[in-house]
Design a protein around this ligand. Structure first.
Ligand code: FAQ
Length: 334
């Protein structure tokens, strides 16, 4: 199915003596915190896991442009419009770095797009919720980018070099995104009663979906044990979710906002904010394609893909002509 990466055996599961040796050397690289690079030997299951995670991450960035893109024409001022436009462009850039990182594992970009467009590949559940008011743009920056940073800072130390390096730049930009979102929320909270209500309503709607971004609880996580052994993930889904809650609740309270969770309370002894049970049925529903905006997101993506076909075609023809012209010039000069 996937194009084979260099030095990757056809079957990653058949372990002969040579493979066992290679596997031990591979794990030793991981254990001493060196980076695995594209041409290094790697277990097929490691490669497949990386392709899955990096491509889902790339798809999330690209689909994630839609909920915010929805507000570019309606941003309340020129300054807000410019910032939002830049943020959405950053997300396209993140998608680009991540697709490029996935390609180093021997899978083509076309294959990855096909997996997204056919509905075979997942993208983050969070982008299947609608952006109903301008305050949702604040809530996305504050909460969604905030959750993304919490999850992604440890990925800067991921064992696979190209992914780790892509994450460094992405995290710097996400950090700016988080601040612009919080600043929108702070402005609304310092404004009229109506504006405060908008901010509160956005928090009410985005809080639980943001907690779902971290994935299923540890006991239900399928991939965590492998990805942590391979040092792709450094912390479990539940650990990161708890860190996010601990960091975010004081920020919301500082703005005078309340969280839509009657069980939220600070546990002095544990030093953590305890929170209520996530609605896992809703999470599963969204993952299975039945969230509030799943169909709309995919339809828009497919339309954009079709609309952009002529641009891709023109770029390929231009590139071919350039190559032909350069080789003709080279022959003439010889
Ligand atoms: N949504 O065994 P685990 C962003 C799936 S980027 C959908 O725990 P894993 C920037 C999971 O894929 C947001 N699916 O899986 C931005 C697996 O399914 P599979 C994206 C989910 O991989 C901001 C199954 O459930 N970030 O926000 C979700 O160890 C603003 C079992 O789960 C990343 O992709 C979910 N929430 O842990 C853009 C970061 N959770 O593949 C625009 C990198 C789980 O077996 C605007 N990814 N699943 O069919 C990761 O860190 C991990 O992949 C996790 C999941 C933590 C997402």
């Amino acid at each position: 199915m996937y194009t084979q990466a260099l030095n990757v055996p056809e079957s990653g599961t058949a372990v002969d003596a040579g493979d066992a040796d290679k596997a031990a050397r591979f794990q030793a690289i991981v254990d001493r915190e060196d980076k695995v690079e594209p041409n290094d030997w790697m277990p097929e299951s490691y490669r497949r896991t990386l392709v899955r995670q990096i491509s889902q991450h790339a798809h999330s960035e690209i689909i994630g442009m839609q909920p915010e893109g929805n507000w570019i024409t309606r941003a309340p001022s020129l300054k807000r419009k410019a910032a939002l436009l830049a943020k959405v462009q950053d997300e396209a850039g993140h998608g680009l770095y991540l697709y490029a990182a996935a390609e180093t594992l021997g899978v083509s970009r076309e294959e990855l797009y096909e997996q997204l467009l056919s509905g075979k590949a997942k993208y983050s559940s969070i982008f299947n919720y609608p952006t109903l008011t301008w305050a949702d743009i604040g809530a996305i920056g504050w909460l969604v980018d905030g959750a993304a940073i919490m999850n992604q800072i440890p990925l800067c130390r991921c064992s696979y070099g190209p992914y780790a390096r892509a994450m460094i730049r992405i995290c710097k930009e996400e950090s700016f995104h988080q601040r612009q979102g919080y600043e929108i929320m702070a402005t609304l909270c310092g404004g009229s009663v109506k504006q405060r209500e908008m901010a509160q309503d956005a928090l009410n709607r985005w809080w639980w979906p943001s907690l779902m971004m971290f994935g299923p609880s540890d006991k239900d996580s399928l991939h965590s044990s492998d990805t942590m052994r391979w040092k792709i993930k450094r912390f479990s889904n539940d650990d990161l979710r708890q860190r996010f809650v601990d960091a975010t609740v004081p920020q919301g309270r500082h703005l005078g906002l309340t969280f839509p969770d009657p069980e939220l309370r600070f546990d002095e002894q544990a030093g953590h904010w305890q929170f209520g049970e996530i609605d896992w049925a809703e999470f599963k529903r969204v993952l299975s394609g039945d969230g509030p905006c799943n169909r709309q997101r995919m339809q828009v993506r497919r339309e954009l893909e079709a609309d952009g076909a002529w641009v891709r075609e023109a770029a390929l023809v231009y590139a071919r002509k350039q190559t032909e012209r350069n080789s003709a010039a080279k022959i003439a000069a010889e």
